[in-house]
Ligand binder design. Structure first.
Ligand SMILES: NC(=O)c1ccc[n+]([C@@H]2O[C@H](COP(=O)([O-])OP(=O)(O)OC[C@H]3O[C@@H](n4cnc5c(N)ncnc54)[C@H](O)[C@@H]3O)[C@@H](O)[C@H]2O)c1
Ligand SMILES: O=c1ccn([C@@H]2O[C@H](COP(=O)(O)OP(=O)(O)O[C@H]3O[C@H](CO)[C@H](O)[C@H](O)[C@H]3O)[C@@H](O)[C@H]2O)c(=O)[nH]1
Length: 337
């Protein structure tokens, strides 16, 4: 505990990335309050040392009351809708639950004098980037409503920080994967579409196999290349971002979160086969609409601005932890029947 410190509100703290961030904050000594409406998250995923409140991040009565009663001085804002194809089919859901909800959260934060906010942005803001390695100076150009809903929030944050005594870090996550190395939590999302999650499900037989979307990209083996970041390293980046906001002279930052290297779909499948000892059946299909061939983070900025030190960057570690968590989930589901 850091009794001299305020408490941190974690919206979406019952979700995949938020639940890992809660662990990182607790381990760094922060008192933590989680606010989550449980639309995709799980109450059991929240560490018992954190206070849990079920509710909406955009609730203009609940949030100010919570900020006042819990002594909240900073917000880590993970709550949102995250599925790209769904955002294409139902864009207004994304402008409501991402953009409008964050607007309401910011109103509460400003009204109550919250000074710091760390926001979950995404590499999806870059869209079809003109180069494989992207840095924060590139003009964002999202190609789907999900990315646009997040870029609108980045713009809103910049305006709010210019007008009020609140600074922020917008962290643009690349491809988040893996699970807590101590197996306390992991990705439990139902019907997930992320490659590593889908591949470990296929290895454990909870799905038949995997579709490989596109074999004709300008990449070494023709399949899509991504910068997979271990969720625990990403969670740690949030603790460093918070420290940066507190220490700094009120500046705000927009920073990539990735390792600066990429793996193809086939390399990921080979890693999952190595870790599980199971062959994964695959179908080769055309490209998914809107998929860039390769997307890799330039992470020079976060490395220069913070003391962030990735510890789990090896693909085998990311896949191994994801697989172990998937086994735990499968066993739990079998126990429930
Ligand atoms: N998973 C990725 O690869 C990835 C990549 C880039 C950015 N992000 C961003 O990171 C954040 C967390 O994503 P995740 O993968 O952990 O997703 P997730 O669905 O597991 O977590 C989101 C959490 O927010 C909660 N929630 C949603 N809307 C809410 C609301 N209005 N009020 C309160 N709680 C609400 C959900 O119940 C869930 O617990 C999201 O903002 C997402 O856009 C994720
Ligand atoms: O079943 C699958 C799933 C994925 N892929 C391929 O695997 C790669 C990674 O795909 P994911 O769906 O795991 O992730 P995306 O790169 O499409 O997008 C993810 O990372 C982005 C940032 O890089 C955004 O944050 C976005 O929200 C998040 O879903 C892509 O080449 C994709 O075509 C397959 O071949 N088969």
């Amino acid at each position: 505990m850091r009794p001299d410190r305020f408490a941190v509100l974690v919206t979406g703290g019952a979700g995949y990335i938020g639940s890992h961030a809660v662990l990182a904050l607790l381990e760094a000594g922060w008192p933590v309050v989680v606010l989550d409406n449980l639309v995709t998250g799980f109450r059991w995923a929240v560490d018992r040392r954190a206070r849990f409140v079920k509710g909406d991040a955009g609730d203009r009565e609940l949030v100010p009351a919570l900020i006042e009663s819990e002594g909240i001085g900073a917000i880590l804002h993970f709550a949102g809708s995250v599925v790209v194809p769904e955002s294409v089919a139902d864009p207004l859901k994304y402008y409501r639950n991402n953009t409008a909800t964050t607007g309401a959260l910011l109103e509460s934060a400003v009204a109550c004098g919250v000074r710091h906010l760390v926001f979950s942005s995404t590499a999806a803001v870059y869209g079809d980037a003109p180069s494989v390695r992207v840095d924060e100076r590139m003009t964002p150009s999202p190609i789907n409503p999900y990315g646009r809903s997040k870029l609108m929030i980045e713009a809103m944050l910049a305006d709010v920080a210019a007008a009020h005594p609140l600074n922020y870090c917008a962290l643009r996550y690349f491809n988040v994967a893996g699970a807590d190395p101590l197996a306390r939590c992991g990705q439990s999302t139902l019907g997930a579409t992320h490659l590593i999650k889908v591949a470990v499900e296929a290895a454990l037989g909870t799905r038949d196999g995997i579709d490989v979307f596109g074999t004709d990209f300008a990449t070494p083996d023709g399949t899509g290349v991504r910068d997979y970041i271990h969720v625990t390293d990403l969670a740690q980046a949030h603790v460093h971002a918070l420290d940066l906001l507190i220490a700094g002279p009120g500046e705000s930052h927009t920073m990539n979160c990735g390792y600066g290297r990429g793996f193809s779909v086939l390399e990921v499948l080979a890693a999952v086969e190595r870790a599980s000892g199971q062959a994964i059946a695959r179908r080769f299909l055309p490209r998914r609409p809107g998929d860039p061939g390769a997307l890799i983070a330039d992470n020079g900025l976060i490395r220069a601005c913070t003391a962030w030190q990735p510890r789990h960057a090896e693909l085998d570690a990311i896949v191994g932890h994801a697989l172990r968590w998937e086994r735990i989930l499968t066993e739990r589901q079998m126990a429930i029947g």
